[in-house]
Design a protein around this ligand. Sequence first.
Ligand SMILES: Cc1ncc(COP(=O)(O)O)c(C=O)c1O
Length: 602
Amino acid sequence: MSTSDLPVGSLGLTPAGALPASASVDRSPAPVSPQASTAGVAPVQTPSFAGWDLVTLAQAMMDVARDPNAQVFPAAKAGVTPTVSPSSISEPAIVATTPGVSPSAGLSKSDVPAQVPSVPSTPAAAPSPGAIDAIASQEPSVDFFRIPLLGESVPVATSYFLVQTGAPNPDAPSDISLVETKEVTPVSPAVNKPLRQAGFDPYAVRREFPILNERVHGRRLVWLDNAATTQKPQTVIDRLSYFYAHENSNIHRAAHTLAARATDAYEKARATVARFLGASSAQDIVFVRGATEAINLVAQAWGGQFVSAGDEIVITHLEHHANIVPWQQLCAKTGARLLIAPVNDRGEVILEAYGKLLCPRTKMVALTHVSNALGTITPAQQMVAMAHAVGACTLVDGAQAVAHFPVNVRALDSDFYVFSGHKIYAPTGIGALYGKPEVLNSMPPWQGGGNMIKDVTFERTTYHPAPARFEAGTGNIADAVGLGAALDWLDNLGHERAAAYEHELLNYATAELCKVPGLTIIGTSPCKAGVISFVLAGHKTEELGSALDREGIAVRSGHHCAQPILRRFGLEATVRASLAPYNVCEDIDTLVAALKRLSAHG
Ligand SMILES: Cc1ncc(COP(=O)(O)O)c(C=O)c1O
């Protein structure tokens, strides 16, 4: 049985606000679930898993663990003794894991090495928590998220989680830091090379990106700096050139044909962004330069209107500077306080501590959907619901999320969602701010000028409603059109399939990098997007970046504009390899081989 055989809806890559990998993406407006804004109550049930072999169970649990509504806490604390009987996967279960490396979700029986004896047909008895602890204490150094192979005795593990799916359970401990996090040396999990999946061919994707044919220092370019910016497919390049060859004009303000063409193309792109995010209307989308400008817009326009002395703004320790500095500036101006939700040693937001920061003084919670420095996918949907429960407004920074998995802003229920085009195969200098219409229209403009006004006299000016009121002056018309083309391209490629492939590649890369002597991965949440940050003992990160460049490999080394989170781990810089669906195993192999050489030569 492979994960694909498991009950539909129980599995899938399902970060908060993201659609399950298995789900068909309906970008049309989704009805807002009542559970999206209020925490529901789901009683903890007794787990039962007869008929599941250990591989299947482990795979299923790892997928369940990515459920945005999953509550994860130690079995011992829950006081649950597992039993074995037929069950639906939506029930809670004891799953053996070791914190660290992302689970190998795509493993199936055919991936199991030949030398491993096949599993007996009788179901494996689940170990009791006591037995589990005894095994764990004997075997402190085990694979991260190692899936027990068929026929293997009950696996060693350092952590046993109770996973409760469904609506958040307010009675359950929500502090994921409660989960035991023994320091262990990661050993390569049993991950095979991601194969070309049916219908998804990363080599064909590569052929659409002309820059990937470049040679750097005489070597094949290995582009692993996708978190900084992604490369552009030919279709986006062509769309830009078509715009300038056939449509170029200023928009909205002329009766001539080219103005109509350019306006149509620009507004079509806005509708595409709305569809891509699952927004209810194109009017909910404001074009901006990128995520940074979007956050500044909200901090200035919304913050200027609604934040005053004594109010509190909550962000997380994971944030990019773009989601720190504008709030600091707002606090300095208004006398509000900035509070930081901490993370645990895996780089995951500690939900219990976050919850304790929230109170009626909280006016805004601004959090990243994916950490650009560590790759952690935050439980954004749950965090948004918790913020709404105290009446706070929310902003989710999707700069690193949208390229990696489908996002539905209506399911996420955040008041604002922001992203940059250049991180999702579109040009630089264009991005989008999504806002709930009632929130956008409650805000004053942040800049004044042409395009955003209804009427101007020397005495007074009246403004258009959103989005025009936030788009003063001539915008980046051609690149907005390019953004629409990029999102269409990703839709045609199949965002979910691309995400699933990228996830397998992340598992492969994680496993291979763990084989490099002296290499430590920073950010070991099991719920990660395609970002791997690491340090190599005895090597400065800038030197590593330059050495890798000489081999044609582009990675980022430095603080990634996220100094607070790196300092949380006692570091000023890491090397970061970040993935896209045009990356292939050979890219990872080239990186790993180079790092092994560097490691061997000190
Ligand atoms: C998580 C995150 N937020 C915000 C930004 C800022 O994006 P931009 O520079 O495109 O405005 C980045 C850029 O790396 C990011 O990774």
